[in-house]
Write a protein that binds this ligand. Structure first.
Ligand code: HEC
Length: 229
């Protein structure tokens, strides 16, 4: 009697197990089926530049919509200095001390000195950058006869050998940093600080009719913001 009940019970368990197994084979093949621990399937995937609105599964729509309106890639904390693998080049990551004002422009002209030596090698590197980013406006010789100017599509920049002949390296760099008036845009987004210094060397080379010039003397005023060293 007991053994028969046991057998029936075993049969029942076996049958329901088989039914469960078979049930999982049917239906939508893309369905994950029963989610036993849903939060393990749906981990919060926070990635840069991606909408990471809170999962409506847990939060109300209003919270979700508000989240989706915000930026996921946050700006670094003010004063953050990017890591530089090379100690020699770490100073390129230091903050630029001169503000985008007339006073900042004048102070950069008086105190800011290039950390890059005036060598043929650096001038050649600067030339490559110049040909890609500057020549179409400033012309191959820096005379302001670039192709977009000659087409009549852009105001002519002053010549490096004319009005800009004595423009100091600090002002050249400052204008690359922030732009100059309305016609010359900032190049801080396109060129790294090192590239801006390299192209500054090439501008100086053009200012001097294609000759290497001696480095400008260090500023006398030691109370001004320290030049990049
Ligand atoms: C879209 C055209 C254009 C491009 C590209 C351009 N410039 Fe200029 N640049 C100008 C114009 C126009 C001026 C004159 C701005 C003024 O004084 O109003 C100027 C001015 C300058 C000056 C003088 C700034 C000063 O302090 O008076 C320098 C130096 C200079 N550019 C260098 C460069 C370098 C280096 C590049 C490339 C990295 C470059 N420019 C790219 C149009 C351009």
């Amino acid at each position: 009697m007991l053994s028969r009940t046991m057998r029936t019970l075993h049969q029942l368990i076996g049958l329901s197990g088989a039914a469960l197994l078979l049930a999982s084979c049917g239906g939508d093949p893309n369905s994950p089926g029963l989610e036993y621990m849903p939060d393990m399937y749906r981990s919060p995937a926070v990635e840069a530049y991606v909408d990471y609105g809170q999962d409506p599964y847990y939060f109300e729509d209003s919270v979700v919509l508000k989240q989706r309106g915000t930026q996921s890639a946050r700006l670094p904390v003010a004063g953050t200095i990017p890591f530089a693998a090379s100690q020699e080049k770490a100073h390129f990551n230091f903050p630029y001390p001169y503000p985008a004002t007339i006073e900042g422009y004048e102070a950069a002209g008086a105190n800011l000195r290039s950390p890059i030596p005036m060598t043929q090698e650096n001038v050649d590197k600067g030339k490559v950058i110049y040909e890609k980013f500057c020549q179409h406006c400033h012309g191959a010789k820096g005379d302001g006869e670039g192709s977009v100017v000659k087409n009549g599509n852009y105001p002519q920049p002053p010549s490096y050998t004319g009005p800009l002949k004595d423009l100091p390296e600090g002002k050249i760099f400052h204008s690359l940093m922030y732009g100059r008036n309305v016609a010359m845009g900032s190049h801080a987004g396109q060129l790294t600080k090192e590239e801006r210094w390299l192209v500054t060397r090439y501008v100086q080379y053009l200012q001097n009719g294609g000759t290497l010039v001696a480095a400008a003397p260090a500023p006398a005023d030691t109370t001004a913001p320290a030049p990049l060293k």
